[in-house]
Design a protein around this ligand. Structure first.
Ligand SMILES: C[S@@+](CC[C@H](N)C(=O)[O-])C[C@H]1O[C@@H](n2cnc3c(N)ncnc32)[C@H](O)[C@@H]1O
Length: 507
């Protein structure tokens, strides 16, 4: 990657077209914004300064800050603008924003990069973790494994503006806008109204990501916890409203008003599928009675002991979920000693050994300091004979009942979530409840469909299944992990033929 490209990656250097900056200022004008001062924190070549000088001629001062000295030179040519070459992360924002004529409009387009994009290039364009500027509660953000730099910047600016008469208007990813608002609402920042206007990032910046203009109006003493969503910058009315209710982010306030009564802790624990981060070794297609082909094209002979028929999201969401491959599951619980695999199944152990480089090289820290060839997301529940499952990736609220194949429990991969069940009866009952109009309406009110993984165990855990069952007149089946384990079907060697025939394999 050349130097210019590296700078783009590290500094998110995509300048806003003048026409878009003007449209953004037009939205603010229509909202009745009339700033006493305008501040653009990462102003680049100054498109928002230029636009705001035109749209808000009555405003007293136009201040811009930018890290790139070449851009600073260009931005300085904007009439009436005062531009400084400064690093956002080193600036004392509370001091910079105090003493300015109210209302202060903080407008712009912070870099659209994540800390890991910066890290890849050994860059240092990252927030300081020391909390030197009194950023209460933001340490948590920076401690996350991957976060957007702009999320941190916008959250910090809102923290600095709370209690003032101010407006914040920023172009950002829609996921960032939501996280910023979630953080602000949890922290009781004094926001009187928020709105999000979707923009076409492909058209304006040539990038494929859901993006928007986030507008927050701040007024001392206010406490709005809602955000209106407009489908475009010139849309006359909001399409929907997302909000903070009952300690969580709600995607569709209208639907939540109808179904929110079902909110409560789930009496049953949602689980995620098995995580191994090495599908080419751990997932195998059946080729004969005890021969299998892995993702590297190798045909190997393995004992059946640790092999389980599996489903991944795309298979789970088919009309009739049917496993086509096996997953090698060398542990029954997280951290379990894997040396028994060596004792019990020498061919399986030799296979794992022959791919040790790939398995030991898995980058995720969850495998560190664990027994060799460890997997994750495994427990007695993984081996429950029946499961009610859903894909985390598919944009569909469709719960599937999954039973054993060839006498062996089907395991799911880590793109799926499920409730483990002991019997088919329990699984059918839960599948019916979860696919009911009320459950779908409830989940629908919480799901942000543009998220990378719209459905998560955390989201599913918000439904009070007990209440739903009561309302439907059925008794919710209950079980513990150990009773699920007892219900687990023993996998006998002779049953592999049955598993194979389920997958259409001839011996
Ligand atoms: C997405 S561009 C937007 C520029 C300008 N606001 C606009 O809308 O045209 C992000 C800008 O942030 C600047 N930037 C990145 N990291 C910065 C930092 N730590 N401090 C100040 N500016 C920074 C980049 O150089 C780039 O000009």
């Amino acid at each position: 990657m050349n130097v210019a490209r590296k700078a783009k990656t590290e500094f998110g250097d995509f300048q806003t077209p003048d026409a878009l900056a003007r449209r953004v200022c037009g939205v603010l004008r229509r909202l009745g914004v009339s700033p006493g001062s305008v501040v653009e924190p990462t102003c680049g070549t100054g498109s928002f300064l230029r636009a705001s000088v035109d749209v808000f001629p009555e405003c007293g001062r136009f201040l811009g800050f930018e890290i790139n000295p070449h851009h600073v030179q260009t931005a300085k040519s904007v009439t009436r603008a005062e531009v400084g070459c400064e690093n956002f992360f080193e600036k004392d924002w509370p001091a910079a924003l105090s003493g300015l004529q109210s209302p202060v409009l903080v407008v712009g387009n912070p870099p659209w990069v994540t800390n890991s994009d910066v890290g890849v290039w050994n860059g240092d364009n990252l927030p300081i973790k020391s909390n030197a500027q009194g950023m209460n509660g933001l340490d948590a953000l920076t401690g996350k494994s991957n976060f957007d730099i702009s999320e941190w910047m916008i959250s910090h600016l809102l923290e600095c503006l709370t209690g003032k008469d101010a407006v914040l208007a920023m172009l950002c990813k829609t996921t960032v806008a939501r996280k910023v608002l979630h953080h602000a609402w949890r922290r009781n920042l004094q926001i009187s109204a928020s709105s999000v206007y979707l923009i076409d990032a492909g058209e304006h910046f040539g990038v494929s990501v859901d993006a928007c203009l986030l507008v927050c109006i701040l007024e001392p003493g206010s406490a709005s916890r809602e955000c209106a969503v407009y489908l475009g910058l010139e849309a006359p009315a909001p399409e929907s409203t997302f909000a903070y209710r009952d300690g969580k982010l709600v995607a569709d306030l209208g639907a939540y008003d109808t179904y929110g009564y079902l909110s409560g802790p789930s009496p049953l624990r949602w689980r995620s599928g098995v995580k191994h981060d090495c599908s080419r070794v751990m997932e195998l297609l059946p080729r004969g009675s005890d021969t299998f082909e892995n993702g590297l094209g190798e045909v190997v002979s393995l004992e059946p002991t640790y092999l389980y028929p599996m489903l991944k999201s795309s298979e789970l969401m088919k009309q009739i979920p049917t496993p086509t491959r096996f997953m090698l599951v060398p542990q029954r619980s997280i951290g379990e000693d894997t040396s028994k695999v060596e004792r019990e199944t020498p061919r399986t152990w030799a296979y794992l050994q022959s791919h040790a480089a790939r398995l030991d090289g898995r980058s995720s820290s969850i495998y560190r300091n664990r027994p060799r060839f460890s997997i994750f997301g495994v427990g007695p529940y993984s081996f429950a004979p029946w499961k009610v499952a859903i894909s985390g990736f598919y944009k569909r609220l469709d719960f599937r009942c999954v039973g054993p194949a060839g006498g062996k429990p089907i395991v799911l991969d880590d793109t799926c979530y499920f409730l483990p069940c002991r019997t088919r009866r329990d699984a059918d009952l839960l599948t019916g409840l979860l696919n009911s109009e009320a459950a779908r309406g409830f989940f629908g009110s919480l799901v942000f469909w543009d998220a990378k993984r719209p459905i998560t165990a955390r989201l599913l855990a918000n439904l009070d299944l007990e209440l739903l069952a009561e309302e439907t007149g059925v008794t919710l089946p209950r079980w513990s992990d150990s009773s699920v384990l007892q219900a687990t079907l023993p996998f006998e060697k002779h049953l592999i033929g049955a598993a194979h025939s389920t997958m259409g394999v001839k011996d």
